[in-house]
Each structure stands twice: as C-alpha cells, then as structure tokens.
Design a protein. Sequence first.
Length: 364
Amino acid sequence: MSAEQNLKFTALHQEHLNSNAKMVDFGGWEMPIQYEGILAETKSVRSSVGIFDVSHMGRVKITGKASEKFLCQITSFDPRQMSDDQAKYGLICNADGGIIDDIILYRKSQNEYLLIPNASNTTEVLEWMYKFKFKEDLGINDITEKTTMISIQGPSAQETLNNLIETPSVSLKRFRSTNSQYQGRNIFIGRTGYTGENGFEIVSENTIGSSIWKHLLQLGVKPIGLGARDILRLEAGLPLHGNEISKDINPYQANLERFVSLNRDDYIANLSLKKIFEKGKDISLIGFKVFDRIIPRHHNKILDLSNKEIGYVTSGSYSPHLDTSIGMGYVQTNESDIANKINLEIRNKIVEAEIIKLPFYKRS
C-alpha cells in the first residue's frame, strides 16, 4: 500500500477538493496547503477573516474524578489553577525536560478536559499519557477522527462567529470557552488560535462539520490553507513542533519558561527542569529579519560576523507584514542579544540579518 493510500482525510476533505485546494501530506493527513495563493490568504486573515480546517490536530477527552490529579503529572502548568471554561497553553515534557509537544488544554469542569496536541504528535502524546494513566476514575478518549475542528481567525472573527451560530452571540475573553449549538447540535467554541489574530476554534461532530464549513463560505469567508497558517504563526512568533520545539529542546531554551510551573512534586519533569533552570541555558531561540528577499530555511546555518557558526535556523518565510524575509532559530545564548547583527548561510550564499524582538507581528 502506498503512502498516499495511508493518508487520513478530515470530514472536510471533499470541501477542499471542491474549492480546488492544493493538497499535501501534513502529519499523516491530506490537508490543503493553499487555495488561491499563500500570500493572498495570509493577507485575508490579517485584514479581515479566514477559516482553516484544523481537524488534523488531536482532540483528547480526559474525564473522571482523577482527571485533575492525572494532568498535574504531565502538564507544564498547574491545572489546579484553572477555572471552568478556561483554556491554557502549555507543554508536555518528558522526564528529562525535553518537549514532547505543546498543547492547548480546555477545562470544562474539574472532571472533564479537552486536550489539543499537534497533528503529528497525537499518537506520541497518547502513549505518554497512557504510561501514567491511573487505573480508576480516569478516562482518556481520542475523539480526533470522530470530530471536526474549524478555526475562524482575523479581525472580523467575532462578527463571523455571531453570523454563524443560532444561539445568542458568543462573547468570550481570550483563552475562554463555551458550549453552543448549530442546527440543534452541540458545538464547543474556544477563543484560541495559531495566527496572532483574534479568533475562535469550533469542535463539532463530523456529521455537521461540512454544514458549518459551507455556511462560513456562504458568509463570504475565504478558506485558508496551512501554508498561510505557517506564515501567520511565524509572524506571531509562535513555535512549531519539529522546528522550534522537540524532545532535544527544553522550555528555557525555547523561551517558554512562563508556561512552566515548578515546585510541584507530582509533576514528572519537575526535578529535571529545576536543574536545567539552575544551570542556565546554553542556546536561546531568537527571531531575525533578513536584509534580502532570499528566504531562510530549516537547518540553514547562523553565523557571527566573522562567519563562525553559532546556531541554526528553525523556520523562515517571506513576511507580508514586514515586507521582508524573517525567521527563527537557535544561537549560543551569549550571541542572542536583540539588535545583534548575524549572517546566514543560504544556498552557499552569506546573507546579512539582524536579531529582533519577537513577535514580528502583534495585533493592535
């Protein structure tokens, strides 16, 4: 059986084909990389609104009286500090402090949570969870393939959501969630996203996923592919698993220490992360802009001005917002100061760049 035959399809797959999307393999799913063009789609989200099929992202329900106690073991933040209907961004780290994945965790109640891992990491996250699963009063249920997840992102996201749902308008603060209805069926809405814009993410049963998507298209909202999503998240300074974060990188190196709550004896990575914190970080994640239209790519070398290698690029793209090429990467911590000039080796060419403060884009 070929690799193509092994790819998974979301419930919206036919809708993407109907819109003439260019499809690619992304984390084992056949997903739309673009519709009308990556740059045009990026600008649509920044200026107005766009919708994304993010059903390839994992969705794991955690239920039972032991839910909170279980999550205390595996999440970088303390879930006991969460309130009902709150969402938190955080990390799942291994016992050595390496990052298995970054996640969003929604708390519906003390006994019910929804965890969102990355598409290519859902299986590994589940395996890690089962490794520490209690025998009683805990349910772990992967509902990824039973549900659809649609992201509405952009300055007009709130208006779009209100035009979509049938119940009174939903007004949520960032990182809050609620239950609503569409066509008499329950849907879950979180005010979260991966673009740096105002936005919402809707989880529904697969049976109504296409109806929601078509309704949004009828409202005049443009579909956006994963190519634009990558530029948007890069401009917003958000990490991508496999690029900025991995099991070889710890939260301090990735500048994600604000999402780590230590001094918790029940947290699996607590001791390792305390030692890492006390030792200090050898490398640091940086953002940089390039004085050239050439685009830096993953694993390109980062050099000092004498062309000595000091790090490597993790992500790069042309930025419509800054009208120049940008990127992120890791360099030796003593070389990571803002405004430092650096060189990049791209296709055997030395290109000048400058370290700048992240994010590249921040919604006003």
